[in-house]
Structures are given as C-alpha cells and as structure tokens.
Design a binder for this molecule. Structure first.
Ligand code: ARG
Length: 573
C-alpha cells in the first residue's frame, strides 16, 4: 500500500471515531515543505463544515482518536484545521528495507486487474512516420508500460491507416515501376508518395487509373490486393525500425489496421439504423446528437457513410470500439491521439454507448496531446518546409549526442561513445517530450534536451551513472546492513523514494508520464542533496553501509522509473 493510502485509512478511521460524517474524505497530500511535516490531511475543514462545527475542534478530536504511533513522530494541528504528520525515521527505514528486498521497487500489483486497451501510434501507412507521430507513440508506450507494471492486462492496439483512396494512387505508381526499381523506391516512402501525388494531380490518365485501382481494391481484386499488401508490409517495416530505435514495445501483433474492420462497416451502419440513430443529410448517413453542437447552436453531424456509399474514419472507429469492448473484453479503452481529434473521439464514444456497441460501464478516455513546435513557435517542419521524417530526426539526435560525448569523454573508445550517444540521443528526444505537460504544445530545442542540467535525459542518466560509480568505488557492500536514517536529507530522500508507488498510480489514472519525469527529477535532486550532506564512502562501515542502502534504492527507483518511460540506463557515461 502507498503511504498516502495508508494514511488515508488511518486518518479516515480516526475521523469516523471523532464523529465526522460517514465517508468524509481525509484528503492526504504530501505537505511539500518539511516544516509542515511529511504529509498533510486536508479533509477536516470539509467534514467540520458539514457538522457545523469548529474545524480545529474536530481536528483535536481526530488527533485524539488517531492510532499512528508506529508511523508518526509528531502530529500537529495547523492553520484552520490541517493535520500535519511527521513520519518516524525508523518507520521510513523499515519501509525502504522491505522495498529493497522486493521486486518492482516495492510497487504492489493492483488488487483489481483490468483489461485495458491502449490505442497509440496509429500512423498513416501511405507515408513515412513523421514527427507528428512521436507524441502518441512515446506517451502511449510509457503509459502502457506503467499499466502493465501495475498488473493490468494491457492490449496495445496500433490503429494504422492502411485504407482509403490514396492507396489507389500508390498502387498505380507501383505498377508503373519496373521490378528492381520498386524495392529501392519503396525504401523512401516519402518521396514515393510525393511522386505519386504529383502524377495524380497533373496527369489525368494516371488519376483515372488510380481511381480504377481504388475500385479494384474495394472489390477484392487479388492482384491489386497483393500490391497493396506489399506496400503495407514495406511501410510497416519502416514503422518497426522507428519503434526499435525509439525503444517502443509495439510489434506486428499489436497492429490492428483500419482495413481489418472493412467487413463490419455495413453492420455498423445497419445497427446504428436499428438503434434509431441515423439521419440522412444531403445523401450522407449521419448521427446528430444533442451533446455536440457548433457555435451557432446547430447540431454537429458525425458522418458515417458518404452519399456514394463510402465509409469514413468515424465508421471504422465505431467498429473498432465494438471490437475492443466485445471481443477484447476491455473495461477501459484509452486513446493517445492529437488534441485536434477530440470532437471526433467524443462523438464516436457517445455514439458507441448509445448504440450499445460498448457497455455503459466501459471507460472510454481520450488522452489528448499538443503539438511539437519549432523554435519560432510554428509546427515542426524541415528546412524545406516539409514534414520531418521521424527516422531522420532520431538519427540527428544520435549524431548530436555522439559528438557531445566525444567532446566530454574523448578517452572512451569509439564503440562505447557510439553506444552512449545512441542512448543519450534517443532518450533526450523522448524525455524532452515525456516531461512536458501532455496537453500543451511544446518547443523542440536540441540544446535544452541535450543539456546535462535541468530536467533532461542526460541529467537523469548521469544521476543514475553517478550512483553506479559510487558502488564501483565502494567495493564490498553489506546488503543486509541496518539502515539508519538520521539526517534531514536522508529523511527527505527516503520519503521521496517511498512516494514512487503514488506516482505510478497517478500516471496510470491520468496518462501523464510527465508526473513520473518530475518525480524522478526531484528524486535525483534529493539524492544530490543527501550526497552532499552525507558523505557515503568516508564514514565508518556502519554509516557507509547504511547510506549505500539508500543509494541502492535510489538507483533501483531511477532505473525502474526510466525503464517505464522506455529509457535505458547507462552504467557509466
Ligand atoms: N491514423 C490516425 C491519424 O494519423 C490516428 C489513429 C488514432 N486512433 C484511432 N482509433 N482513431 O490521425
């Protein structure tokens, strides 16, 4: 159990004994300032208000009823009725040692494992992955890892865009290549797409051929499907290369493409009709709901079938929602998708429940994110103004980090510098993104993300490597030594370490890896303060071994935390 949950139980039960209304929450928060203790209970004022009682008076009764001697050194009533809790050093030490002996840094598996679908990455396969796909891919991956870590059954769904009229154009362009050229040309999908698009826009015959291929594809023409499959395979290989470079766990098994729902789309329409949700508007089939109104108070349609009979993005998403709820049996479905698709997702969520595709109890959550901007505050583009390929951005990151490492550590051999450069470069890009508030736009800045100061990947990796170097110098370590917490910086570090489980809960609930980044950054800071105030290797054996236990728990937690963000640590750098 996390400390805040434990305190919540203890304080809540004391509140009941003191006569607080049933289920009045204790509202436990880390106090944030050592002079206010370690934790604060903020719920007394609310309870007192309900009882029409003086809050300090209720607080006194609660404190009298508290059974917390084992944990707490001191309990104070402060301000209008806060209860400040100062934890005992011995109690903290006992928890740390117990966590040190357990797996997963002492984070317990959830008592209520759920089946959770996480929809992330979802690139459009007609083109190569570009920077616009970075955020969904890495934020989704980190959150999926964390839900996994908690013991949930996580089903990753990569809802790739592999269907639509662009594929007619691409197939037409494939057919007009000779065989040898084709493989080579598909190695640069971006250029291939651009060439096809130019021909489509400028050459009427080509456009006609392309349209015929769309029809052939839709009617299941075998030859046409084989070409399409070849294109899709190549494009997925490109994605897999990116995933591997990014240390993202998505595999081919997680790919559940848009096209896999094709056969179900007519059923979606007829079932929406049966549910009385369809309205025809200018020949198209739409769903209008009171929940979705435009500025002029007019209802906004969700179009599910065009007048020519074609289906849309929303139709596929409705089929996917039904599949996830009914076939995958998910009780929670989370979407890491650009904030600009919020209306679309809210529409399909609401429709799927009204149509009975998804049970009322299933949680459907859009976890939106903002846009990555360049230095001038515009959406990130290449110098030529095109969208930046993700592979190129990642190569540049590795190259820049390699140069940085070579400058700092010229004595390391080249292979090692390459490897360190790879880890630092990729984690710098990931961490810079993951550490930002998910919903805001952010500015992509090489210098900031590669800096060894501040809340950056190099700083975090360095904090971990530094502890490893302490262990290399320490020689034999007694891992059964007693942990004595005495100094204030030891107390703060231990407290921070024990808050890891709370942060995991937060990220799992809110899909906000930035809270984990902030936590790890503060943890590294707590360690640095401890290390400055409490020499580890200079003291007597008992002190040394005690402090090494704190160092060990810090290293474990940093490594586990970074690992949950999809970031590998380095033993030295
Ligand atoms: N392919 C979509 C895009 O690039 C993202 C897919 C998100 N997932 C979903 N189920 N709609 O915008």
């Amino acid at each position: 159990m996390t400390i805040s949950n434990l305190l919540d139980q203890i304080i809540s039960s004391a509140m009941q004994k003191a006569g607080a209304p049933e289920n009045a929450p204790a509202v436990i928060k880390p106090s944030g300032r050592p002079e206010f203790g370690d934790y604060q209970a903020n719920g007394i004022m609310g309870a007192a208000k309900q009882l029409k009682m003086n809050p300090r008076e209720l607080a006194t009764k609660v404190v009298d009823a508290l059974e917390i001697d084992e944990m707490a050194e001191k309990i104070e009533i402060a301000g209008p009725g806060f209860i400040n809790i100062h934890l005992k050093n011995a109690w903290l030490a006992k928890q740390i040692i117990s966590n040190l002996r357990k797996d997963n840094c002492g984070v317990e598996k959830t008592a209520e494992p759920e089946t959770i679908v996480v929809d992330y990455s979802g690139p459009n396969l007609a083109k190569e992955m570009h920077v616009g796909h970075l955020r969904s891919t890495i934020i989704g991956d980190a959150t999926a890892r964390i839900l996994d870590f908690q013991g949930h059954k996580v089903i990753r769904q990569n809802h790739v865009g592999d269907w639509g009229t662009q594929f007619g154009m691409l197939i037409a362009h494939m057919v007009s290549q000779n065989n040898d050229d084709l493989t080579l040309k598909l190695s640069d999908l971006e250029t291939f797409y651009r060439e096809a698009k130019i021909r489509f826009d400028e050459d009427a015959d080509f456009a006609e051929t392309a349209r015929n291929y769309v029809v052939k594809l839709q009617t299941g023409d075998a030859e046409c499907l084989a070409l399409w499959q070849q294109f899709i395979n190549t494009s997925l290989q490109h994605c897999e290369e990116v995933y591997e470079t990014l240390n993202v766990l998505l595999t081919r098994d997680d790919v559940k493409p848009e096209s896999s729902y094709n056969d179900d789309l007519p059923n979606v329409i007829s079932d929406l009709d049966k549910a009385g949700l369809l309205t025809e508007d200018a020949g198209a089939q739409c769903v209008f709901l009171d929940e979705f109104k435009g500025k002029d108070d007019k209802l906004l349609p969700a179009i599910v079938q065009k007048s020519d009979g074609g289906y849309l993005y929303a139709t596929t998403d409705l089929a996917a929602l039904r599949y996830r709820a009914k076939e995958l049996d998910a009780s929670r479905i989370i979407y890491f998708v650009d904030a600009r698709q919020n209306l679309h997702l809210n529409q399909v969520f609401t429709i799927s429940k009204k149509a009975g595709f998804v049970p009322e109890s299933t949680a459907l959550e859009h976890m939106p994110f903002g846009t990555m901007m360049d230095k001038s505050g515009k959406p990130f583009k290449t110098r030529a103004g095109g969208t930046t390929k993700l592979v190129e951005l990642l190569h540049e990151a590795q190259q820049r980090a390699y140069e940085l490492v070579s400058e700092k550590n010229p004595e390391l051999d080249n292979d090692e510098r390459q490897n360190i450069g790879k880890v630092i470069g990729i984690s710098a890009v990931k961490y810079a993104d993951l550490s930002k508030n998910r919903t805001s736009d952010y500015i992509f800045n090489w210098d900031n993300m590669l800096s060894f100061e501040g809340n950056t990947a190099p700083y975090m990796l360095y904090a971990y490597a530094r502890i490893q170097s302490i262990f290399r110098k320490a020689g034999d370590v007694d891992t059964n030594a007693t942990l004595n917490i005495e100094e204030p910086t030891e107390h703060q570090l231990a407290l921070k370490l024990l808050q890891f489980a709370d942060i995991i809960d937060t990220v799992a609930a809110d899909g906000t890896p930035n809270s984990l980044c902030n936590y790890l950054y503060e943890l590294a800071g707590n360690f640095m303060s401890f290390y400055e105030a409490c020499p580890i290797l200079k003291g007597d054996d008992a002190t040394k071994n005690s402090r090494l236990q704190l160092a060990q728990m810090t290293a474990n937690t940093l490594q586990q935390g970074l690992n949950l963000l999809g970031i590998d640590t380095l033993e030295r750098m």
